[in-house]
Design a protein around this ligand. Structure first.
Ligand code: MG
Length: 322
């Protein structure tokens, strides 16, 4: 018996889920930033174009962090100058500070993101300042961007656990998130930076925001698959009303705080689940898989996405699961 083409999952819609999900594609920024191999600006530009062709409509393009901090994305200005922006596609960029904002504005960006921490330990290590001081750093960035009408997303990292502090209290995360919204962010992305969240913890955090008056329309989720929980956590968030989910094409990025090849939730794995649930997302799975296989060649490592792997095995025709 030969292997059947992997195709798409059977559609079985389930109650209590959003009809449509926005996939916030982070592979080109969060993914490539955390890959040891550096790809050329030409490859990055083609990657962004392929992602748009595959149907993604929010594609985080790069970071304006200082090139010494993130050498993989040192070509941010050149990449955006090469980018052929498509109608209906947003290309947010990460901006760490006012200098980064100036560089980003010079390229004509319409959406930015800042990267905050829910914990003091990570703020000190990643931002070189304590938890409180991060707000003073981000305040002028958010204010200036919002005044120009830009979309401003606030990443909240280490929302569930922190490698130095252990489990992170829900109230602490809600407090940081609310302060970012007060600064002028229009959306929070709640990040499980080390992949330790489980579904009940996700529900508890979303409940915490609801009690603070923050609805799910202002929230996105950013899960890592380090411990195999990313899709379970995503489903819990969808049931709670979240309809914007971060994912990385091919699972690019590994896990920056654990020696694991599995980090960001792979966009293909998310798309497979959404297809099965009959949730609209606009992405052509086959085109996305082809893009991730193409990028894996450039990075010289296989994609950790289960869907990409299954598709590749199916294409080979004769492999069996034993
Ligand atoms: Mg990530």
């Amino acid at each position: 018996m030969t292997a059947r083409d992997v195709g798409l999952p059977a559609r079985h819609p389930a109650p209590g889920l959003p009809q449509r999900v926005t996939i916030w594609e982070v592979g080109a920024r969060d993914g490539l930033q955390n890959e040891p191999a550096v790809v050329s600006v030409e490859v990055k530009a083609e990657f962004l174009d392929r992602l748009a062709s595959a149907g993604l409509r929010v594609i985080e393009a790069t970071s304006f962090a200082h090139p010494a901090w993130v050498p993989q994305l040192a070509d941010a200005t050149e990449l955006l100058e090469r980018l052929t922006r498509r109608d209906g596609v947003r290309y947010p960029v990460l901006v760490p500070n006012e200098r980064g904002l100036d560089r980003a504005l010079a390229t004509g960006v319409t959406d930015i993101a800042i990267f905050a921490s829910a914990t003091d330990s990570f703020a000190r290590r990643n931002l070189n300042r304590d938890l409180e001081a991060q707000f003073a750093m981000f305040s002028p960035v958010v204010r200036r961007a919002a005044a120009r009408g830009l979309g401003v997303r606030g990443y909240v990292s280490m929302c569930f656990g922190d490698p130095w502090e252990g489990a992170v209290a829900v109230d602490q995360v809600v407090d940081v998130g609310c302060r970012l919204l007060d600064l002028g962010c229009d959306q929070l992305s709640l990040g499980d930076t080390i992949g330790v969240a489980t579904p009940g913890h996700v529900v508890a955090l979303l409940d915490g925001f609801a009690h603070a008056g923050v609805g799910t329309d202002a929230l996105a989720v950013h899960f890592h698959d380090t411990y195999g929980q990313a899709l379970s956590n995503t489903l819990a968030a969808l049931r709670a009303g979240v309809s914007c989910v971060d994912a990385s094409a091919g699972g690019l990025g590994g896990c920056p705080y654990a020696e694991s090849a599995t980090g960001n939730l792979a966009t293909e794995d998310l798309v497979w689940m959404l297809d099965g649930l009959g949730i609209d997302h606009g992405v052509n799975l086959d085109a996305l898989i082809q893009t991730s296989l193409w990028m894996a060649d450039h990075l010289n490592r296989p994609s950790p996405s289960r869907v990409v792997m299954a598709h590749s095995a199916g294409s080979a025709g004769q492999k069996r699961c034993e």
